[in-house]
Design a protein around this ligand. Structure first.
Ligand code: AMP
Ligand code: GLY
Length: 418
């Protein structure tokens, strides 16, 4: 099967690493890929992922039989719609189904109409009305902008002043509407499900660390580390979340004429009254994908192909009992301003540690040198019989990497190991 993978992050390196192991794979291309992905797939550079028609024509010219879309932006923008119109199977939802990530309001209304557990909410199209509401409810309270905000559209306000200034910020930035949510208390966990219409297959769980610094302090990032499985998401809680949240969502999307296809990533809050939905993403998590792939015993390619062609119900998925943990090695200064172009060494020594694979994210090659080329640069990933073993291996490997321009957290997994 000829496959094209879209994206250039650590998530895509993990997908490429796993897909390349498939005995079914034929020509394997990545657009644009990165130096890690280029070890297992042929890099196709110079085509922006927003150039949908160019991608469709390229797939036709290269007899592509499956397109795997890594990031959310092309999904929300309708790339899968264009590929399907051209008869090219693609893993990922159509634009109408990707609204589950693209529009928080769409998802909140869908939850309300279908009795799906989530934080109570109200929506306002003017700042004074929203401010009056905040004053009447009090804090803590959560203020959200609609649309794809790369994680930056959410303020968990601890007092009323902070909430009102967040509301004003949304409208000042050109927002038309603001969403005010009840503050949910509990531990967060991520649940991944493969979905194909009304078929839902659990596809692993994880927890990540969003803050930049040890102790879960500092600014929010795309994720500084993750581990799988998430011990807090017990088998009972996972079954409850699938029954009460994911399955009703899949049914509701099908009933709307926008059946979901692809991976549905549910961000859950495990509250005293059961799991509640925080948000959906329409793609694999980054770096959560990096801890799912090393635990997957099944061949990934036929699974993604089945989801893309409406045959998921016939598919079996096998997981190993091992745990996995990844440490993100980021450029100093991330998520703020940071230098790029600093040299990275020691990857071979890191990859020699038992159970370790270093996935590459924001990197580029200059001759034989590997250089940092982004905020999140390396994902030092390890498996182990236990989470503790995976963590020890990952940190042993991270210490072997020679990169003066980077930093990483020393406490990934602390919640699960405390
Ligand atoms: P989101 O982009 O919707 O996932 O929100 C980002 C983060 O804000 C989540 O991972 C939570 O930590 C927090 N958050 C969002 N909504 C709520 C809520 N209603 N109650 C408590 N925390 C929330
Ligand atoms: N690590 C969070 C995300 O991928 O959205």
């Amino acid at each position: 099967m000829n496959v094209l993978l879209l994206g250039s992050g650590g998530r895509e390196h993990a997908l490429a690493w796993k897909l390349a192991k498939s005995p079914l794979i034929g020509q394997f291309y990545a657009m644009p890929g990165n130096p890690g992905i280029a070890d297992v797939a042929e890099a196709v550079e110079g085509v922006p992922l927003s150039a949908h028609q160019t991608i469709v024509s390229w797939c036709q010219a290269h007899a592509i039989e499956l397109v795997v879309v890594g990031p959310e932006a092309p999904l929300v923008a309708g790339l899968v719609d264009r590929l399907k119109e051209a008869g090219i199977p693609a893993f990922g939802p159509t634009a109408a189904a990707a609204r589950l990530e693209g529009s928080k309001l769409f998802t909140k209304e869908l939850c309300r109409e279908n009795g799906i557990p989530t934080a109570a909410f109200a929506r306002f199209s003017s700042a004074p009305e929203a401010a009056a509401y905040v004053r009447s409810t009090g804090a803590p309270i959560v203020v959200k902008a609609d649309g794809l905000m790369a994680g930056k559209g959410v303020v968990v306000a601890l007092n009323i002043e902070e909430a009102i200034s967040a509301v004003e910020g949304v409208f000042a930035a050109g927002g038309q509407e603001v969403l005010i949510e009840e503050f949910m208390e509990g531990e967060e966990a991520s649940l991944f499900c493969l979905v194909d219409g009304e078929t839902v297959i659990p596809f692993g769980s994880a927890q990540d660390h969003k803050r930049a610094f040890d102790g879960d302090l500092g600014p929010n990032t795309g994720g500084m580390g993750a581990y799988s499985p998430a011990p807090v998401l017990t088998a009972d809680l996972e079954a409850q979340a699938i029954r009460e949240i994911v399955v009703p969502t899949a049914r509701a999307m099908a009933a709307l004429g926008a059946p979901y296809s692809g991976i549905l990533y549910a961000g859950l809050m495990l509250t005293a009254t059961g799991p509640k939905l925080v948000e959906y993403n329409c793609r694999f998590g980054d770096p959560e994908c990096q801890v799912l792939m090393p635990r997957l015993d099944s061949d990934l390619l036929p699974i993604l192909a089945a989801a893309a062609t409406g045959r998921l119900a016939e598919t079996e998925v096998k997981w190993s009992d091992r745990s996995a943990l990844t440490v993100v090695y980021a450029s100093r200064g991330y998520p703020g301003a940071h230098q790029t172009g600093t040299e990275i060494g020691g990857l071979e020594a890191a990859n020699e540690v038992e159970g370790v694979t270093v996935f590459l994210a924001g990197t580029k090659k200059s001759g034989s040198k590997l250089l940092a080329n982004g905020g999140r640069v390396l994902n030092v990933t390890a498996t182990g019989e236990t989470l503790q073993e995976a963590r020890d291996r990952a940190y042993d490997a991270a210490a072997r990497i020679k990169w003066s321009g980077g930093f990483y957290r020393q406490d990934i997994g602390w919640r699960a190991l405390k």
